[in-house]
Design a protein around this ligand. Structure first.
Ligand code: FE2
Ligand code: FE2
Length: 385
């Protein structure tokens, strides 16, 4: 069995020095190259609909295209200070921020100006990571078009490439026109994206991107969509979520068939990869880059965050980010194979409680734009009545 050291480069998941040692290597680079070790596969089996669930997704995707330039109200004026007033990071309740305010701690002398700046930087950082993650999805899905052996999956993945281009475009436009500058890619997220691209096995792209990265993104977009009252951002997120739900479903429906036939040893490699991805994504939420920009001692803040989260990460907001990933892993058999190896790991991370929540293969249609339009129509009918 692989050790934490081999999977993560550290024996203790919460090893402060090891987490801090992962930093962006070259923040000034304009192009980042990763070796893609996979074969591009042609298939001569053109039988459309051989995999009915994927064919259904493809047909839905063709009808669900939207235009980021013309379908969103870009002329909406955005006051970013008002937007961040509804951010989930509240300096008056967040346990880490409260601890950091104690005398002698880094944020002790901060006034309203600094707290407000922190919220703005955090929002900018979050939106920037969404944008970079979307580019990761764009590249990964283009890779899936090449590497997956089934024609129905190639067709569907091609629609996802278009979706992801649109997502990168709208997050970049929001950052450029409504906010103030970008953050570079977080080092932990970057490491994960590199690992996903570099893996030679076609299903690992799906597992890393569609199940883990997009599963977390779907939950994160859902939160921000719920919390924000900024109409442009709310609509942008609603549109993106309707696509993301389909993307995660694509991962679940494709891998369900493939994983049913893998040996225990092969499944263990997938379980370990899912765990590694979960840890990298947890590490990214320590948002090292924001502390750096705020001129606060990064080591002290990361230490406080890790201590306050506890071994199980008891921050309910962070736990909920895994609410899509865990049931999807269960559906794929990843929780239970090999004596429940991943179940134990997710238990240690404090996220196993979501295992019986709806999986995205079953619920994706409820997040479609057509479903949203039906809800809006029902709501306005109720008002009229
Ligand atoms: Fe996306
Ligand atoms: Fe996506």
């Amino acid at each position: 069995m692989t050790t934490n050291e081999e999977m993560l480069g550290r024996a203790d998941v919460n090893d402060l020095e090891a987490i801090l040692s992962i930093t962006a290597k070259d923040v000034d680079e304009m192009v980042h190259a990763v070796k893609d070790n996979a074969d591009a596969l042609f298939t001569w089996n053109y039988e459309k609909g051989e995999r009915p669930a994927l064919n259904k997704l493809y047909e839905k995707a063709k009808n669900a295209q939207w235009n980021g330039e013309t379908d969103l109200p870009w002329d909406t004026p955005v006051d970013i200070e008002k937007v961040v007033a509804n951010a989930p990071t509240d300096p008056d309740t967040d346990p880490v921020l409260l601890a950091a305010r104690r005398p002698g701690q880094p944020l002790h002398s901060w006034g309203d100006k600094e707290w407000n700046q922190l919220l703005i930087e955090s929002q900018n950082w979050t939106m920037s990571q969404f944008m970079h993650g979307e580019q990761g999805a764009l590249v990964c899905t283009a890779k899936i078009v090449e590497t997956v052996p089934w024609i129905d999956a190639k067709y569907y993945a091609a629609t996802q490439v278009m979706d992801e281009a649109r997502h990168v475009e709208v997050f970049a436009k929001y950052l450029d026109t409504k906010m103030n500058g970008h953050y570079p890619l977080n080092a932990h997220l970057g490491m994960l994206l590199d690992d996903i691209i570099a893996d030679s096995r076609w299903d690992m792209t799906y597992l890393g991107m569609q199940i883990m990265v997009e599963g977390l993104a779907l939950a994160a977009f859902g939160f921000m969509h719920q919390l924000t009252e900024e109409p442009l951002l709310k609509q942008l997120l609603r549109y993106v979520m309707s696509d993301e739900a389909r993307h995660v479903a694509f991962g679940v429906l494709s891998l369900k068939e493939y994983y049913a036939e893998l040996s225990d040893a092969e499944m263990l490699e997938r379980q370990e990869f899912a765990f590694e991805a979960a840890v990298r994504m947890r590490d990214r939420f320590l948002q090292q880059e924001v502390w750096e920009r705020m001129g606060v001692d990064v080591r002290t803040m990361i230490k406080l965050q890790l201590e306050n989260q506890g071994d199980k990460n008891e921050d309910p907001f962070q736990q909920l980010l895994f609410s899509k990933i865990v049931p999807n892993c269960k559906k794929l058999g990843l929780l239970d194979r090999n004596g429940g190896w991943l179940r134990t790991k997710f238990g240690e991370m404090g996220v196993i409680q979501f295992e019986d929540w709806a999986d995205t293969g079953a619920e994706y249609d409820t997040m479609s734009l057509a479903a949203a339009a039906r809800e809006d129509a029902a709501a306005s009918n109720a008002v009229v009545a």
